[in-house]
Design a protein around this ligand. Structure first.
Ligand code: SAM
Length: 217
């Protein structure tokens, strides 16, 4: 892993930001975070030269680091305010966690694949991001730290898990790709008492959510 961020990486990030703007990302706080966090820190050495392409890449254990546009879009849909308590399900490489941490939230992130959890936790801490990492089944949320202002799923869910909705504060937002294993609709749900106000935000492709409330096989 290369922890060196030189003018070349910064230049590549600038052009990635222009790509994100051209694709419709407008939130300045999101764009600033995407320009600040070195995505190449979350890549294996063999794939380093791909770090600033707007594409998802393998991170081992059959999982992926999400496409930058997807990370930006999910971050934008979360409508983050500084100091919010946020839960991410699917730490993966830790890149999305670093972006949210850069946006000055109190971030809790949970991963079910142990080697990914260990690596992301070590990388995030080594890089100085203040993120609380947990190993476990995120489809059940993180009840002992609930309620959260925001919940983000970065794996494809067959439906919004009830346990996650319960762990949202009143007025809170949950963003998740919901659909089948191939294609999902990005859904944003607002909690209004016991009611759910649901919006749809386009089609995406994520790896499946596993666990009790995820896909069984
Ligand atoms: N956010 C990640 C990043 O920035 O690299 C990308 C996430 S990857 C698309 C989805 C991740 O969700 C995988 O690492 C996978 O192991 C994890 N995952 C799937 N089901 C899970 C579950 N039930 N609980 C926690 N993590 C889960």
């Amino acid at each position: 892993m290369l922890f060196k961020d030189d003018y070349k990486h910064k230049g590549l990030r600038k052009s990635l930001i222009n790509t994100l703007k051209a694709k419709g990302i407008t939130n300045e706080i999101v764009l600033y975070a995407m320009e600040s966090v070195p995505r190449h820190y979350f890549f294996d050495d063999a794939l380093l030269h791909h770090a600033y392409e707007d594409k998802a890449f393998p991170i081992g254990n059959g999982q992926t680091i999400s496409q930058p546009y997807t990370v930006a879009r999910q971050s934008e849909l979360l409508d983050i305010k500084e100091g919010m308590k946020v839960l991410e399900i699917g730490t993966g490489s830790g890149y999305q966690a670093a972006i949210l941490s850069q946006m000055k939230v109190r971030l809790f992130t949970i991963e079910t694949v142990e080697p990914l959890y260990k690596k992301a936790k070590a990388d995030l801490h080594r890089l100085g991001y203040n993120v609380r990492c947990y190993l476990g089944d995120g489809s059940l949320g993180l009840k002992r730290y609930a309620p959260f202002d925001r919940i983000l799923l970065t794996a494809a869910a067959p439906k919004i898990p009830d346990m996650l909705f319960e762990q949202l504060k009143d007025g809170g937002l949950l963003v998740a790709p919901v659909g089948d294993k191939k294609t999902q609709t990005m859904v944003r749900v607002k909690k209004h008492g016991h009611e759910r106000i649901t919006e749809k935000h386009g089609l995406f492709a994520f790896v499946p959510l596993t666990g009790k409330e995820g896909w069984k096989n």
